[in-house]
Design a protein around this ligand. Structure first.
Ligand code: AMP
Length: 567
């Protein structure tokens, strides 16, 4: 597991700066392999799935090839759904942060075509689109292919599943012969192999070759969480299991810093370890972890390499690792020297599939658990305090205290039991409102296939253009929490960060206009120009009606169901 640094990949300085801003510590395995090949100009068949960092794997070399002075369309990336198109466009824009003059435009069915045409005329060099809508524009000649030198097919197997095979073939056959064709797919069904044979020139296959791994004997649990409640869940697990030393792994340096800040803010002794720290700071953090002053070490995979601490009682996968091998390395940090170890993984939305693959590949068992409720934590805290109290009763002379309590009982209207209960409450501190729907265990990873991404509900596409994404249950990360929440409907709002809107504004508008309680509103995921908001399915239509002529911060908004009208 030799990590490749981004500065070893001979990237444009501006991209390196952007990658640093994004907090990436090292290239993910698929990036380390695919980036140099794509930069050479070769065609690629990349076998990688969501969560491996594949977007940046094709996005970085793509950006290096775009000529910002040429205001013509130079590249198209095809994606199966509009959510993915938006997400890919977002990631590529972040990577292009310091490359002035590059314009990336997501286009998908359901959005006003006139607006897309304006965007296309405005010097867009990269289009990220769903196949139906891209074909529409090609027919209207609002997408012109003569300057296109690169085409990317992202999640090709998903596009096949959604009935886009013909569209993909039509698009590919209309692009200039002289071009680079990059395809990423999690699986390689025969139709996809066929596309590679017909439309690619001598492609290089890129995939992460897996080694045989020995999985340490560590109890492994996982929890399905919402992005907003991740820190809270981690704290509950810390309170419940009270590990003396633990390591929490994050995928980016930025996440390490954020988590350390959150944990410290909640009174935990946490310190971060990542590549930006100087050797002296690293040494300080490590010695404070070794001597127990720091109880939680928050680290990236690269920074944690070479850490040798024997009595780590728990490992947290705060982010699910980008590679199976990382998982094994991470959990191997606990359960050393014959001691018991425990590993907790927090999965958000579709990351659960990544965890399923990790379980399969590692031939291990990752057990679904319910998030402990505040009542559970209260009971455990009380139990611990009672244990300490019993020790005191056994080992100490409490006569002075007994006298004080006796006096209170005689002078006040209370019993000694009341006093004991009040003191117990005082020593347990503030109780918070339970904001988590705890008690429901996560789904079993073995059962996922039955309900999973290919588990029905997705009809073949039978129309053109505007039906892009219909019936798609596709999604990733926080955006797809509803995968586990069949009771929630996802709404699309055509306004986002660039319009100076905050999630609270959307929440306020949804709750205020429809009259449903803000508590019922689920995830709000905000992009530059769009927002997705989850509402209980039973209220979805009422919310849509209520939001019809609404303004948010004085701006007219349009709200519609995010996943087509079919569901
Ligand atoms: P993807 O597989 O492209 O969907 O990426 C999954 C997530 O990993 C996205 O949030 C990316 O921003 C993030 N990511 C991509 N590359 C890296 C990297 N080298 N280090 C850390 N995070 C990354």
């Amino acid at each position: 597991m030799e990590a490749v640094r981004f500065d070893e990949l001979e990237l444009d300085d501006r991209i390196l700066r952007a990658v640093t801003d994004m907090g990436f510590e090292a290239a993910s395995p698929i990036q380390a392999q695919a980036i140099p090949v794509q930069m050479e100009g070769r065609d690629i068949v990349g076998q990688a799935q969501t969560g491996t960092g594949k977007t940046a794997a094709f996005g970085i070399p793509l950006l290096q090839k775009i000529d910002p002075d040429c205001r013509k369309l130079q590249a198209i990336a095809l994606c199966p759904t509009r959510e993915l198109a938006i997400q890919v466009a977002d990631e590529i824009r972040k990577l292009a942060k310091y490359m002035h003059g590059i314009k990336v435009l997501p286009i998908y069915g359901g959005q006003d075509i006139a607006r897309q045409i304006r965007g296309l005329k405005d010097g867009t060099q990269i289009v990220i689109g769903t196949p139906g809508r891209v074909m529409d524009h090609m027919r209207r000649k609002t997408i012109r292919c003569d300057h296109i030198h690169t085409v990317i097919m992202d999640e090709a197997d998903e596009m096949l599943n959604m009935g886009f095979l013909e569209d993909m073939e039509t698009i590919l056959s209309q692009l200039p012969e002289e071009r680079q064709t990059v395809m990423f797919s999690a699986t390689m069904p025969s139709e996809i192999q066929n596309i590679a044979r017909r439309f690619q020139k001598n492609p290089v296959t890129v995939k992460v070759v897996k080694k045989e791994l020995t999985v340490p004997k560590v109890t492994q649990y996982y929890y399905e969480v919402k992005p907003k409640t991740k820190v809270e869940v981690m704290c509950r697990l810390l309170d419940m299991y009270a590990p003396k030393l633990s390591i929490a792994f994050c995928n980016t340096k930025r996440q390490v810093d954020d988590l350390v800040q959150d944990l410290q803010g909640r009174g935990y002794f946490a310190e971060g370890l990542h590549g930006d720290l100087k050797q002296m700071q690293r040494d300080r953090v490590m010695s404070s972890f070794r001597n127990g002053t720091t109880e939680i070490l928050v680290a990236t995979d690269v920074a944690a390499r070479g850490i040798d601490v024997d009595n780590v009682e728990a490992v947290f996968n705060y982010d699910i690792p980008q590679d199976d091998e990382y998982y094994v390395h991470r959990i191997g940090r606990t359960g050393r020297a014959g001691k018991d170890g425990i590993a907790f993984s927090l999965v958000v939305g579709r990351e659960v599939y990544k965890l399923r693959d990790i379980q399969r590949y590692c031939k291990t068992k990752i057990i679904p658990q319910a998030i402990p409720s505040l009542d559970d934590i209260t009971a455990i805290k009380a139990e611990k305090i009672m244990e300490q109290a019993m020790d005191l009763i056994r080992d100490t002379d409490l006569t002075k205290m007994v006298n004080l309590i006796e006096r209170a009982v005689l002078t006040e209207e209370c019993t000694s039991l009341d006093v004991a209960a009040a003191l117990l409450k005082l020593s347990m501190g503030e109780e918070n409102e339970d904001i988590i729907d705890s008690g429901r265990p996560a789904r079993s990873l073995d059962d996922l296939d039955r309900y999973g991404r290919d588990g029905g509900g997705r009809g073949r596409r039978d129309g053109r253009g505007s039906r892009d994404g219909k019936g798609s249950r596709y999604g990733r990360d926080s955006r797809y929490d509803r995968e586990g929440r069949e009771d929630m409907a996802r709404l699309f709002v055509n306004i986002g960060k660039n319009q100076n809107i905050r999630p609270g504004d959307v929440l306020g508008a949804v709750a205020g206009e429809s009259g449903i309680s803000g508590k019922l509103v689920g995830s709000i995921d905000m992009y530059d120009n769009y927002t997705f908001v989850d509402v209980p399915r039973e209220y979805a239509d009422a919310v849509l009606r209520a939001m019809k002529d609404v303004k948010i911060k004085g701006k007219n908004v349009h709200v519609e169901k995010a996943n087509g009208k079919g569901r």
